[in-house]
Design a binder for this molecule. Structure first.
Ligand code: NAD
Length: 253
């Protein structure tokens, strides 16, 4: 743990509104690997990034075939929320939570009990499918049933277009209204907490500075250093299962 310039205990009681940015690291204890941590999907297999790049996805039927199988076999279908997700439910119940801006697509904040209206899914959700031609939405389970029945690349039932999980791939812009809500939550808090994110994916990572420039304190909870540590009032590199309940307790006691 870095020694903060001003100790947490001295400023925690002044905090009334907290925005939390979560990344893949909050879900690793639920059995969902992150991308860039030591056990990350891309750390172990850099070629797996092709499944998350829009151009490659559109151009290569084999990438789509593999992506559908990856969605079907994704650990989120069976994962349970962990103490990190539950600590954020406690923060909400204590009346201190402005919003959770999550880069995760796994739905575990809502399953832990966070109010859906408090959770801003900036990178979308893996439980919905979107047609890239007509934008029709379909439940993922329905489309995966077609995969199980033998379709390698199930096309849109309405227009025949290529479909993809309703998540943001590299090369795809964030939905403007979702990004606006995230920026507003970043600017409108007195503490911004980034949890389990390498803070290398933009624009989500840039919310740290949106918050700091608007006058908020910044806390970063991540096992590895991030590009924003120098701006933080508090950096905790312990496991999130330890650091997040500790921070929430300090903010709510
Ligand atoms: P990332 O993989 O870039 O970084 C995760 C960070 O969390 C790493 O620095 C790692 O060291 C840290 N970490 C992992 N487990 C930890 C723990 N228990 N305690 C403390 N630190 C821990 O993740 P990112 O910044 O979220 O960016 C990856 C992108 O991939 C995001 O856009 C996200 O949408 C997506 N993604 C989502 C999921 C999910 O929904 N659960 C999983 C993988 C990737």
């Amino acid at each position: 743990m870095n020694e903060p310039a001003t100790p947490l205990a001295s400023w925690a009681p002044t905090i009334t509104s907290v925005t939390v940015l979560t990344g893949a690291g909050i879900s690793t204890d639920s059995g969902i690997p992150d991308f860039r941590g030591p056990q990350g999907v891309w750390t172990k297999d850099p070629a797996a990034q092709a499944l998350f790049t829009l151009d490659t996805y559109l151009a290569d039927p084999d990438v789509r075939r593999r992506a559908w199988l990856a969605r079907r076999d994704h650990p989120a279908w069976h994962a349970m929320p962990n103490v990190g997700h539950r600590a954020l439910v406690d923060l909400e119940r204590a009346g201190r939570l402005r919003a959770i801006v999550t880069q995760n697509i796994d739905g575990l904040h809502q399953r832990a009990g966070s109010s859906p209206e408090k959770v801003i899914e900036v990178h979308g959700t893996m439980f919905t499918v979107e047609c890239l031609s007509c934008q029709a939405h379909t439940p993922m389970r329905e489309v995966l049933d077609r995969v199980d029945a033998g379709e390698e690349d199930p096309r849109c039932a309405a227009c025949g277009g290529i479909q993809k999980a309703a998540t943001i791939s590299f090369g795809q812009a964030l939905r403007p209204e979702v990004l606006s809500a995230a920026v507003a939550a970043g600017r409108d808090c007195d503490l911004f907490v980034a949890v389990g994110s390498s803070l290398t994916v933009h624009p989500a990572a840039g919310l740290c500075l949106e918050a700091v420039n608007a006058g908020a304190r910044l806390a970063i909870l991540n096992a590895e250093p991030t590009p924003y540590d120098a701006y933080a009032d508090l950096v905790l590199d312990e496991p999130i299962a330890t650091s997040l309940p500790l921070l929430v307790a300090a903010l709510t006691s």
